[in-house]
Design a protein around this ligand. Structure first.
Ligand SMILES: Cc1cc2nc3c(=O)[nH]c(=O)nc-3n(C[C@H](O)[C@H](O)[C@H](O)COP(=O)(O)O)c2cc1C
Length: 175
């Protein structure tokens, strides 16, 4: 199985990154790849609807050109984002909006998804973001294979939290 992890935090070695690394470490038997979403220039979906026609590709010439084929090749995609105002980070939202070609192409259908969301307030603050991901995966025909909602605030804090790390490790093993 090919696993693609999308790190939607601007902080490398931050909580999202650490939780994702813990998951990936626990499922080394698979082919894994990690993308820092903030390293790529992703412009907003302009609702031009070109992706609804022809070969269902996006006309934009930006960082997504490199990310689209990697998403397509993956069997399981990990969406990692810290909670920002009860929602994903802006950069992760830009990426999610750009998944529109996959509505018409149906190329994400049957793929698995995992969500990883650290938040200062913890899981109780994650109702809306979980709902957003679940509904979006449903729309795209993807299956939610697991979620990690962790309590963490300072950069790298989650690395000292054995309970949260174990949850991420166990999820990785289960994949
Ligand atoms: C702009 C911004 C908005 C945030 N909004 C929330 C929030 O609504 N609820 C919450 O619990 N934490 C919020 N946080 C805290 C982060 O979710 C938390 O620090 C997280 O662990 C950061 O993960 P990272 O290290 O992967 O970047 C916010 C942080 C920032 C910078």
């Amino acid at each position: 199985m090919k696993i693609l992890a999308l790190v939607g935090s601007p902080r490398k070695k931050g909580n999202t990154d650490i939780l994702i690394d813990t998951i990936l470490c626990a499922c080394r038997r698979h082919k894994t790849e990690k993308i820092y979403v903030y390293d790529h220039k992703i412009s907003p979906c302009m609702d031009c609807r070109a992706c609804q026609k022809g070969n269902h590709s996006c006309r934009k010439n930006d960082g997504m050109k490199e990310i689209y084929p990697r998403i397509q090749k993956a069997d399981l995609i990990i969406f990692g984002t810290p909670l920002y105002w009860y929602a994903p980070t802006g950069q992760m939202k830009l990426l999610i909006d750009r998944l529109r070609p996959f509505i018409a192409s149906k190329k994400l259908k049957g793929k698995k998804a995992v969500i990883v969301v650290p938040a200062a307030e913890g899981p109780k603050a994650c109702k809306a973001i979980v709902e957003m991901f679940e509904q979006s995966f449903d729309y795209l025909g993807m299956k939610l294979a697991g979620k990690i909602l962790a309590t963490a605030y300072e950069k790298g804090e989650v690395a000292k939290n054995a309970k949260e790390l174990k949850k991420a490790h166990d999820l990785g093993v289960s994949l």
